[in-house]
Design a protein around this ligand. Structure first.
Ligand SMILES: [Zn+2]
Length: 271
């Protein structure tokens, strides 16, 4: 009986050690949260970024089609988008690649001329390389970047082009799509070129945003929010919801490591 108790005691001691190690992981936090924003939308510059900065959070912006000089901007003036994204990068936000023209399947409503069905693998690779070059003009601090698949699609015909991206080392990591059940729970089996995310839909509430974060916390893993418009434009959530969610994350700083997609993936791939 004494022996048995001793073994039980030992087991208990070890289980406590492993528990302590588990709760200690992820930069002393319980879970990783990545705030990502797609499509270089104007409301991200006018609303999301100032709110992120006011809470001191760094986010990832997957950019396509950044407008340069045009008729609406006088030659000689810095275009708003160029200025905005350059400043975002200077403030520690991550500028990441979302192709140049954002081709998606026709069935999602894309015009035939810009649908992924008309693409070749060579064309998408050229777009990714071109966008990487363009982003390095806004932010020279990185040569190779993270990537997000337009519309979460990685098929061109019957070719999965993630394999070509990997082979050619075109990007560091890539974000795929998903829903509010898409949580990374196992860093060891995670494909760094198909990282799931929650495509946050129009009108998503504060409670829903928090519920996902809490699920991520419970899993001890990583949750990637895929936002679009904030108070305007596509898949929009309100400015008040966005701000309140950032406040929730700030109020629970001891639980969540809120960081950029690349920084989170640097951590995840080392595990
Ligand atoms: Zn997109």
């Amino acid at each position: 009986m004494i022996k048995f108790s001793f073994v039980v005691l030992l087991l208990f001691a070890f289980s406590n050690i492993s528990l302590a190690q588990t709760t200690k992981k992820i930069n002393s936090k319980k879970a990783i949260i990545c705030l990502t924003y797609d499509d270089a939308l104007e409301t991200q510059l006018t609303t999301a970024l100032p709110q992120l900065d006011s809470f001191g959070f760094k986010a990832t912006f997957f950019l396509n089609s950044i407008q340069g000089s045009s008729e609406s901007v006088k030659i000689g003036q810095t275009p708003e988008a160029v200025l905005g994204w350059t400043n975002a990068a200077r403030n520690g936000h991550e500028l990441a690649n979302h192709t140049l023209f954002h081709a998606c399947p026709e069935k999602l409503g894309w015009d035939k001329s810009i649908s992924i069905e008309t693409y070749t693998v060579e064309r998408i690779i050229t777009e990714i390389k071109t966008q990487t070059t363009l982003l390095s003009l806004l932010d020279p601090s990185r040569k190779i970047r993270s990537f997000a698949f337009p519309c979460g699609n990685f098929m061109i015909g019957n070719i999965d082009y993630t394999l070509i991206i990997k082979k050619q080392n075109l990007v560091t990591y890539a974000r795929a799509g998903g829903d509010s059940n898409s949580i990374v729970t196992n860093f060891k089996t995670l494909d760094p070129i198909k990282v799931p995310s929650w495509h946050v839909w129009t009108g998503t509430t504060l409670n829903e945003l928090i519920a996902y974060a809490e699920k991520v916390k419970k899993s001890g893993g990583m949750g990637v929010y895929q936002f679009h418009g904030v108070e305007g434009q596509i898949f929009q959530i309100t400015s008040a919801t966005h701000r309140a969610f950032l406040k929730y994350l700030k109020d629970h700083e001891e639980d969540y490591w809120v960081t950029t997609f690349s920084e989170a993936m640097d951590y995840a791939t080392k595990q």
